[in-house]
Design a binder for this molecule. Structure first.
Ligand code: SF4
Length: 690
């Protein structure tokens, strides 16, 4: 007897079956259309964390004097948290308590968390780590199309295009089952273009691979559009009938001749011309991912690539258009139902009076009781423990210490709190700093919906028995709301929460009101808004897409004499995000971090393969073994971010529109370790469980 459910990890949300409620075994679910039985090694290993020795099964409180942990009852733990919340709010008002969520939480949890913050706590201070995932694409999508849905079409449409342009995506490594669409596209004669400073496994599948200087994808798009205009490739009928703003965009790219693009991006003029020729007269699909988006210019970069797709008349056409490849498991749904600082369920804006009235009606409160917009994720963390900032923080589904930019600074802000509460399944690096850790259910131990990268709402069904002693995040929120005297209801049955979410989202941009658990089961997932969007019109009131003239500004931090190379970060196949789960899964290799660098750079600083390399930026440093490869630009180093270290280096410069930090590029120095550091390379391993 097996249960159909979904992988705990990335936004593909591959279908899988689980058999054995106490010793789960993963098997394929061939009928689920997104992955048709294919899984990557993380999916196959997903059951490995279940029942592990590091799993937390009792609430823990930490003595600040001694640092010692004690197991306490759930009642004691929740009482202690509620007392801390009351004390913080008595001292400084509702906003003294903040909430930080995650893009891996189910829709039900994300919704309940947003409601808990606004209703039970009355705080505006809520945001989540999805802000660091796809917020630049979300911001650009809303501006350009009036709606943000990562892919406005099924992923399989990739196979129907003529030319697929992947900008900053390494999907062959981050979501391998998706790569078969690239293979099938090429088998039927289509072309794949990859834009990435590294020659990744995805780039190995490309017909054309461009390796721009990190942080210059925007200039590349401007130069490409310049050539497409010159070649007469612009679909003027489409642009006239379906868009606004074209004249400004056309004028803005006039000066981006290929030789100028070459000086900025490092992409030779003939390569850019080859790309423009490849796109001319063909059906084109552009997909961006974190490589293009996690920049202080991320929103404008996405807008520039959307301009290319719109100018060619592709958006809304089957097998063509623009999409964003979301990263986290519920990166899409997690950004739709209210855990974002400026948002109410259904992708409504919290500063919209009609939206406030609707949602307040569902929640049974006066609209005036709803707080306004709060701080974005990084700004929220940066304010913790300051005179004007929150003094207490509740964290669900996020390992901030590993995943935040400028992580050493953020860790110091966490340490400045009067109360840090973390709900997690293991003693993550963030949980290790907490005053109270609440052990919660994970993955297939509970039922809930996720919305995958296509906008397909899927049902992650409970398939295994949770260890005794753990509770759902929904139980935690209900228990706290009750202790705080909230009169609003906080149901703990996921299907009941989903039905309420449907009512709260009804009429909003992301309207889930017609979706039910039964429909999801029967239809193998349900697309909100429909399977394919924008065929007839866009979501702006006049039905037209907006084209915005955007300017190349470059990375916030440029190489200099002290920090002469670019640092970029990303993922590896066997690990997922902060690694809290995958680093603890025995069947997944945990080789620790590494510093990938070109042989020319390695030779210049005098290190060989496996030697320890020190990487330093203005914010911090780390040391890890060298991985010397000819597939990266000689002026760039790459460090995976699954371990403590990489994000001590990254830049907290924010995109003005999306508030996305500049994870993907900063100025760095690389060298052999300083003399006192020549001990074995510092590879951070997870702390052991309490
Ligand atoms: Fe599929 Fe992503 Fe899970 Fe791999 S990690 S099995 S690609 S959902």
């Amino acid at each position: 007897m097996s249960t159909a459910t979904h992988c705990p990890y990335c936004s593909l949300q591959c279908g899988m079956k689980l058999a054995g409620r106490r010793t789960p075994e993963v098997s394929t679910w061939e009928e689920f259309p997104v992955n048709q039985g294919a899984l990557c090694r993380k999916g196959w290993a997903a059951a490995g964390l279940y029942g592990g020795r590091e799993r937390l099964t009792s609430p823990l409180v930490r003595d600040r004097e001694t640092g010692e942990w004690s197991a306490v009852s759930w009642d004691d733990a929740l009482d202690r948290v509620a007392d801390g919340i009351r004390a913080a709010q008595a001292a400084g008002g509702p906003d003294r308590v903040a909430v930080f969520g995650g893009g891996g939480l189910t829709n039900e949890k994300a919704y309940a968390l947003g409601k808990f913050a606004r209703v039970a706590l009355g705080t505006s201070q809520i945001d989540y780590n999805g802000r660091w995932c796809m917020s630049s694409a979300a911001s650009a999508g809303i501006r350009a199309f009036g709606l943000d849905r990562g892919l406005p079409f099924p992923l399989a449409d990739v196979e129907e295009t003529d030319v697929l342009v992947l900008v900053g995506s390494n999907l062959a490594e981050t979501m391998p089952p998706a790569a078969r669409h690239l293979d099938r596209l090429r088998e039927r004669g289509g072309k794949v273009v990859v834009v990435d400073p590294r020659r990744t496994p995805t780039a190995d599948r490309a017909d054309l691979h461009l390796q721009p200087v990190p942080g210059t994808d925007l200039a590349l798009a401007l130069g490409l559009l310049h050539l497409l205009v010159a070649a007469g490739a612009v679909d003027t009928t489409y642009v006239t009938e379906r868009t606004t703003g074209w004249e400004d965009v056309r004028d803005s790219v006039a000066s981006w001749w290929p030789e100028r693009v070459e000086r900025v991006t490092g992409i030779e003029a003939h390569e850019l011309r080859a790309l423009a020729a490849m796109l001319t007269g063909r059906k084109v699909m552009v997909l961006t991912a974190r490589g293009a988006e996690q920049h202080s210019t991320g929103s404008d970069t996405v807008l520039a690539w959307i301009n290319v797709a719109l100018a060619l008349g592709m958006v809304g056409r089957r097998g063509a258009g623009y999409g964003c490849l979301t990263g986290q498991g519920n990166g899409q749904g997690g950004r739709e139902h209210g855990q974002k600082a400026d948002q109410l369920p259904g992708y409504r804006r919290i500063d919209d009076p009609a939206a406030r009235a609707h949602v307040a009606g569902v929640w049974g409160i006066d609209p005036d009781e709803l707080p306004g917009p709060g701080r974005s994720a990084y700004e929220l963390l940066d304010a913790l423990g300051t005179p004007d900032g929150p003094s207490a923080l509740l964290v669900l589904g996020s390992n901030i210490v590993v995943s935040a930019p400028r992580a050493t600074h953020v860790t110091s802000r966490l340490e400045a709190l009067d109360l840090l509460v973390v709900c997690d399944l293991v003693m993550s690096e963030t949980a290790a700093l907490a005053d109270v850790v609440l052990p919660v259910t994970q993955w297939a131990e509970e039922t809930g919906t996720m919305t995958n990268l296509e906008g397909r709402v899927v049902l992650r069904q409970r398939a295994i028995t949770a260890p005794s002693g753990v509770r759902s995040d929904l139980d935690v929120l209900a228990g706290l709301a009750e202790r705080l005297g909230s009169t609003a209801s906080f149901p703990t049955d996921p299907e009941e929460v989903f039905a309420e979410l449907g009512r709260a989202s009804a009429g909003g941009p992301a309207d889930y009101s017609a979706i039910t658990y039964d429909r999801i089961r029967d239809e193998h997932g349900v697309f909100w808004g429909g399977e394919r969007l924008f065929a007839e019109s866009f979501a702006h009131p006049d039905g037209r897409a907006r084209m915005y003239a955007v300017e190349h500004r470059g990375a916030a931090e440029q190489p200099c004499a002290d920090y002469p190379v670019h640092l970029t970060t990303g993922r590896v196949l066997a690990q997922y995000q902060s690694g809290a789960q995958t680093r603890r899964t025995r069947s997944l290799p945990d080789d620790g971090p590494f510093v990938e660098l070109h042989p020319l750079l390695a030779g210049r600083i005098g290190v060989g393969p496996g030697d320890a390399v020190r990487v330093a930026t203005r914010r911090g440093e780390m040391t890890a073994p060298a991985k010397v490869v000819p597939t990266i630009r000689p002026d760039t180093v790459f460090v995976p971010f699954h371990w403590v270290g990489a994000n001590r280096l990254t830049n907290d410069a924010l995109d003005p529109a999306s508030r996305m930090p500049e994870f993907k590029v900063c100025a760095a120095s690389v060298s052999p370790p300083l003399v006192e550091q020549r001990a074995p390379a510092s590879v951070s391993k997870p702390r052991s469980s309490a």
